[in-house]
Design a protein around this ligand. Structure first.
Ligand SMILES: [Zn+2]
Length: 415
């Protein structure tokens, strides 16, 4: 299903509107529907049976547009552009206590300070791990969880065959999530600066004057282009050419926490699954995105941005997140073979908490789990996965698995 086939019922109107048209035309109809909120809500027509998912009309840049209600992505048909995975089926499930919903806004509790003047008390995770799954309840998000949340809620971990996913669409999907989110009492849109898809636009806040002190931190989300080191500092360059200074201690913690993603920063490469490319086309390489908590520091050459904390996410060339080079191979092969699939995100779940590495969405009535072994080198984890596969085998449920470097068996057939 693509935008052509998705319809939206606006309150008080008897004929549904095609979503694609609503995005461009019918501003007056949207304005009217906007005025009826929150009493009456628009609904998505993607599901033919059962409860239809509610939608919210928001005003951005003086235009009305339709967005998904918080925490309702899984109520849409999996082929609908508003679909996102139920977070409880991934590492996001551990963070349900950190999220609350008020009207049409998602409120997230975070465990980092947004200002030098603010002291955030560390919040203890107060439940012991579930003995069966190993997962815990987490009451506040760090940067990594926030980045995973944004990717999951934007539906960027889902690929439906036939989709077109340009950087501009990624930007607008992330912006939609940001607009509907608050970190505590503060609107995320005011705290975060997202690198736009078009080049040569200044997207970061204006530097304070030399000598002025700024107590506030800000968040920046960007694609990493390269990193260089001189004297003792490292300098991360974003795709659009902005430079972020990083101290050796912070760099070390990024490298340790995001080993796999970092290896692609220092050695940009793709998987060998993308077929021969047109010479004129950009190579289809993996990409690394960074969510950084930044502040201003004054140096000999003026004010510059320094990263205090950061989280990275590794994706393939279509922005599908992956945890390892093996997953990159599988994600690219799934694209080449025109499959529809989802990548459950780990968030901060411990290495031994088991989720499928991917799920095929087009191989039967239920998602088919896909497991890749030998990546994490964690016997407890492998043991849990093998127990799960034994369960699939016993119950006759379809699944797919791969133990690199053995040859990969074909994916389960499309149904
Ligand atoms: Zn829908």
């Amino acid at each position: 299903m693509d935008n052509e086939k998705i319809y939206v019922n606006l309150p008080g109107e008897s004929t549904p509107y095609q979503l694609k048209n609503l995005l461009h035309k019918h501003q007056s109809a949207l304005e009217k529907a906007h005025g009826k909120q929150p009493k009456l809500r628009a609904h998505c027509d993607c599901r033919k049976f059962g409860n239809k998912a509610e939608l919210v009309i928001r005003l951005r840049d003086q235009r009305y547009h339709v967005a998904r209600m918080p925490n309702s992505g899984h109520m849409h048909h999996q082929d609908c552009t508003a679909f996102s995975e139920d977070p409880s089926l991934s590492g996001g499930g551990e963070y349900l206590p950190a999220i609350s919903i008020k009207d049409d806004v998602t409120i997230i509790k975070v465990n980092f300070s947004l200002s030098k003047a603010e002291n955030v008390e560390p919040i203890e995770n107060n439940s012991p791990p579930n003995p069966l799954t190993g997962s815990v309840s987490r009451h506040a998000m760090g940067l990594n969880a926030l980045l995973c949340h944004m990717w999951n809620e934007s539906g960027l971990n889902i690929w439906i065959d036939g989709s077109i996913r340009l950087r501009s669409l990624v930007y607008s999907k992330l912006s939609e999530v940001i607009e509907g989110t608050k970190l505590g009492r503060r609107s995320l849109a005011k705290l975060i600066h997202v690198e736009p898809s078009w080049e040569k636009t200044s997207w970061l806040p204006v530097a304070p004057k030399s000598g002025a002190t700024s107590n506030d931190y800000f968040l920046a989300l960007f694609k990493i282009k390269s990193v260089t080191t001189h004297d003792k500092y490292s300098y991360i360059k974003s795709d659009s050419g902005e430079i972020f200074r990083v101290s050796p201690e912070v760099l070390e913690s990024i490298q340790t926490s995001f080993k796999s993603a970092w290896s692609y920063v220092t050695r940009p490469r793709g998987s060998d699954q993308v077929p021969d490319q047109d010479k004129d086309e950009k190579p289809k390489l993996a990409q690394v995105f960074c969510l950084a908590l930044c502040g201003w520091v004054e140096g000999a050459d003026g004010m510059r941005i320094e990263i205090g904390k950061a989280a990275l996410i590794l994706t393939n060339w279509r922005y599908i997140p992956v945890d390892s080079s093996y997953e990159l191979i599988v994600a690219d092969k799934l694209l080449v073979e025109k499959r529809s699939f989802v990548k459950p995100l780990r968030y901060d779940a411990a290495d031994d908490v088991v989720f499928p590495d991917f799920k095929l969405l087009d191989a039967g009535p239920n998602p088919v789990p896909m497991e890749i072994y030998g990546v994490k080198n964690n016997p407890k984890y492998d043991e849990r996965k093998r127990a799960k596969v034994a369960h699939y085998k016993q119950s006759g449920e379809p699944f797919w698995d791969w133990t690199p470097p053995e040859p990969m068996r074909p994916f389960n057939e499309k149904k």
